[in-house]
Structures are given as structure tokens and as C-alpha cells.
Design a protein around this ligand. Structure first.
Ligand SMILES: [Zn+2]
Length: 124
């Protein structure tokens, strides 16, 4: 699902996508000529191997995601922004790709399965 950034106005453009066991639901909103604000909720289960024993496990996710999407290269001015900026080079907000990168971020975090949790506490 792609949303053309310049079509996003102050009245929020809603989106909702479901991929495997995860929903990514939220809206895009006009912020400034070059920036669109994304606000979404990522909910569901992310499957990944345990970081200790490599058994398959799932991480349950329920988090707010908020950032700006820049239409082209983002040139920082003097106003500090409250959220990170993701640059888009095809004039679109690629919601699937954005969701995928959020999921990858969760996968790259450190997670251990139930069996390893106890050992974990000893070692650290
Ligand atoms: Zn484990």
C-alpha cells in the first residue's frame, strides 16, 4: 500500500494493513510542505528465533509508532523535530515497507524464549 505524500492533507489519511500476525494501523497527516507525519499502532505477534537457543518463538507487540516522512532528502532546519524522519525518494509513503522495517527492528532486538529466560537472569 502506497500513499502519495503530496495528497496527504490535514485531515488524516487512514491506513490499515495486515501481514502475517501483525496489524499496522494508523494515519498520515500533513505537517509541513516537505514533511508528513505518520502515527500508527503496531500490534500482533512477531515470529523470530530465540537469541539464545534459536528455537522459534513469538514476541508480542503493541506499540505506538510515530515519525515524519520527508518527500525527498530531508534538510534539517533550525526547528528541532519531536520524531525521527524517514526519507522517501518516490514521493510515496510505502506503508508496507515502513511496517516491514518496524518489524525488522523488533526482530533485531534481544529476545529470549520462556526456557531461556531463567538462565538469562543468572548470566546478566
Ligand atoms: Zn531459548
Amino acid at each position: 500500500m502506497k500513499i502519495l505524500l503530496r495528497k496527504v492533507t490535514k485531515s488524516p489519511s487512514d491506513f490499515e494493513i495486515l501481514s502475517e500476525d501483525i496489524t499496522f494501523k494508523g494515519y498520515l497527516e500533513y505537517h509541513s510542505p516537505k514533511l508528513t507525519r505518520l502515527h500508527a499502532k503496531l500490534q500482533g505477534d512477531v515470529a523470530k528465533p530465540c537469541d539464545i537457543c534459536a528455537e522459534d518463538m513469538s514476541v508480542s507487540v503493541d506499540e505506538e509508532v510515530e515519525f515524519f516522512i520527508s518527500d525527498g532528502i530531508y534538510q534539517q532546519d533550525d526547528t528541532p523535530l519531536e520524531f525521527d524522519v524517514v526519507e522517501s525518494f518516490d514521493e510515496n509513503a510505502d506503508i508496507d515497507a515502513l511496517m516491514q522495517s518496524e518489524v525488522e527492528m523488533i526482530k533485531s532486538d534481544y529476545h529470549t524464549c520462556e526456557n531461556c529466560k531463567d538462565k538469562d537472569e543468572f548470566e546478566f
